[in-house]
Ligand binder design. Structure first.
Ligand code: CP
Length: 314
């Protein structure tokens, strides 16, 4: 992995995608997160880094982990938070995303954290408002902080990113997590193989620098990390595999498949999980799994991102 210069100065006001970050910037976020991780071990889990700042959480799409993690991260940095959820808001009366953001911005906001069902919504806002914008997941485009926390967890557990072989398995077509992971991992020198049925793996994905396999069994023994993705049933417009049972038979991670992996293979899942579909409970809750560690690390990573974009804005 690239060593970061001690004099590295963060200049970015927004974090809309890993596509826009250099390897050095990604490493700087991971290193900053490492220093924030210690805050959560203190009896008083707060630092004054964003005291007096306001972080507005704009959630146009459902979330548990990302929303709560950003809210807690802002609170640990002593920022005030405003929570907007589309349900119950004036979006139902036809107000646009941009007008919603501009009206909340008028209340005096320093950072917007936005999750939106439309790909590109955070970029749209970032180019039209003055406030910093952090992407918390846009359509099937990018989920940069999820990939950062995934990469942070891989580095923590396996000691490096460069040279790792990472399999991202499942519903690649609808996955912003897959896209951001591929971008980040490739920038840091990991090898990425995406695995899934042809109907869930777009032909164009290999242009992102990963290889494609339609057989999980063929890659099992070669990889250091298995990142199992949720089948996003809510985004399907038709049948993309014959049955859930058939999908699990070919692409589900179970104990029998885990036994054929490297002994220390890291099992990841961004959540929420479809237990018994892409992963069995035995594996999800087993010794190779770091799923809850991913969530715990998400807090430190989001503290780092909020802190850095605030610095970038100044
Ligand atoms: N991984 C993730 O984005 O989970 P949520 O949808 O619960 O935020």
């Amino acid at each position: 992995m690239t060593e970061q210069a001690p004099s590295f100065i963060w200049t970015k006001k927004h974090l809309v995608g890993l596509d826009e970050l250099s390897a050095e910037e990604i490493v700087h976020i991971l290193d900053t997160a490492e220093s924030f991780r210690e805050v959560s071990t203190r009896s008083i889990k707060k630092v004054p880094a964003l005291r007096g700042k306001v972080v507005a959480l704009l959630f146009f799409e459902d979330s548990t982990r990302t929303r709560m993690s950003f809210e807690l991260a802002a609170s640990r940095l002593s920022a005030d938070t405003l929570l907007f959820t589309a349900k119950g808001s004036s979006v139902a009366k036809g107000e646009t995303t941009l007008d919603t953001a501009r009206n909340i911005e008028a209340m005096g906001v320093d950072i917007f954290v936005i999750r939106h069902h439309e790909s590109g919504a955070p970029h749209h806002l970032a180019s039209r408002i003055n406030t910093s914008v952090v992407n918390a997941g846009d359509g099937s485009h990018e989920h940069p902080t999820q990939a950062l926390l995934d990469i942070f967890t891989m580095r923590q557990r396996l000691g490096r990113i460069e040279g790792l072989k990472v399999a991202i398995v499942g519903d690649i077509a609808h996955s912003r997590v897959a896209r951001s992971n591929i971008i980040g991992l490739r920038k840091l020198g990991a090898e990425v193989v995406v695995v899934g049925p042809p109907t869930l793996v777009p032909a164009s994905i290999s242009a992102m620098g990963c290889t494609v396999s339609h057989s999980l069994d063929e890659v099992l023994g070669e990889v250091d990390v298995l990142n199992m993705l949720r089948i996003q049933f809510e985004r399907f417009s038709g049948n993309v595999f014959p049955s859930v049972r058939e999908y699990s038979r070919f692409y589900g991670l179970n104990s029998e498949r885990l036994a054929r992996c490297k002994k220390n293979v890291l099992v990841m899942h961004p959540g929420p999980m479809n237990r018994g579909v892409e992963i069995t409970s035995e594996v999800a809750d087993g010794l190779n799994s770091c799923i809850l560690q991913q969530v715990a690390n998400g807090l430190a990573v989001r503290m780092a991102v909020l802190f850095l974009v605030s610095q970038g804005a100044e």
